[in-house]
Design a protein around this ligand. Structure first.
Ligand code: GLP
Length: 241
């Protein structure tokens, strides 16, 4: 695992954007795995600037997002669909039919999950997966647990995650209790993985995920067994390693 400890959030975001842009420049048809949350926002802003200055062209790129709240309409202001459109996709030239985000209102969740896995496999898998990390060590919405799901599945969110993510909703009661998330193997099959973390509240999770042990109570720790992972964190997130 390569670890870059950056001075601050801005330099973390710039480095991550450089990696994504290089991926697209080397292979314009790349399949990107994308994350939501406050952490990757700066990276998306950097990429938008690179697109505007014609340094990078997303017209042939395919994207798959990690997860979505279960029960939220795409148009809901706190859905990950809305986040991706507002923060990134509406500013770049990625084609609408090349964007994939799990449907939180799917009638049949099992079918939705199977179809998503098949779609990822049908395009040859994810070339570059961007990840954030929950303060409890979750990746996507793969929450700490005795057992981790291998493939895309419905998740019961933990109290910690509901609390942490309530800042994106008007009231804590509005945070869905469930989500749909790609599984651990869906993430691990990505050819390259870049995980971003910023702030002191991620320091414990970063320490645990680089500890030399795999622990299902810290799902990100499994990334230590992947052959191409780059961790880009700021000083505060790296304070315990
Ligand atoms: C959510 C997402 C994760 C994300 C995490 C951290 O729970 N499902 O993919 O990594 O939050 O979010 P933030 O970057 O806002 O701290």
């Amino acid at each position: 695992m390569r670890i870059y400890i950056e001075e601050d959030y801005v330099s973390m975001s710039k480095k991550a954007a450089l990696i994504v842009a290089s991926q697209i420049i080397l292979n314009p048809k790349s399949v990107l795995g994308l994350a939501t949350g406050s952490t990757p926002t700066g990276m998306y802003q950097e990429l938008i600037e690179m697109y505007k200055s014609k340094e990078v062209d997303f017209s042939e790129t395919t994207t798959f997002n990690l997860d979505e709240y279960y029960g939220l309409e795409r148009e809901h202001k706190s859905s990950y669909y809305t986040y991706m459109m507002d923060v990134f996709f509406k500013y770049i030239n990625v084609q609408k039919n090349q964007i994939h985000i799990l449907n939180g209102k799917a009638q049949n969740v099992v079918t939705e999950c199977l179809a998503y896995e098949e779609l990822i496999n049908s395009v040859g898998g994810i070339d570059l997966q961007i990840l954030g990390i929950g303060a409890n060590g979750h990746i996507g919405f793969n929450e700490p647990s005795k057992k981790l799901n291998v493939t895309t599945h419905l998740v019961q969110l933990t109290e910690k995650t509901i609390q942490d993510n309530s800042r994106f909703f008007d009231r804590k009661e509005d945070v869905p209790r469930e989500a749909i998330s790609v599984g651990i193997a869906t993430i691990m099959k990505a050819k390259k993985i870049v995980l971003l973390a910023s702030g002191r509240n991620k320091a414990e999770a970063i320490m645990e995920m680089t500890s030399g042990y795999v622990n299902t109570q810290v799902p990100a720790s499994i990334l230590q067994t992947h052959s191409d992972v780059t961790l880009i964190i700021d000083k505060e997130a790296g304070v315990l390693i």
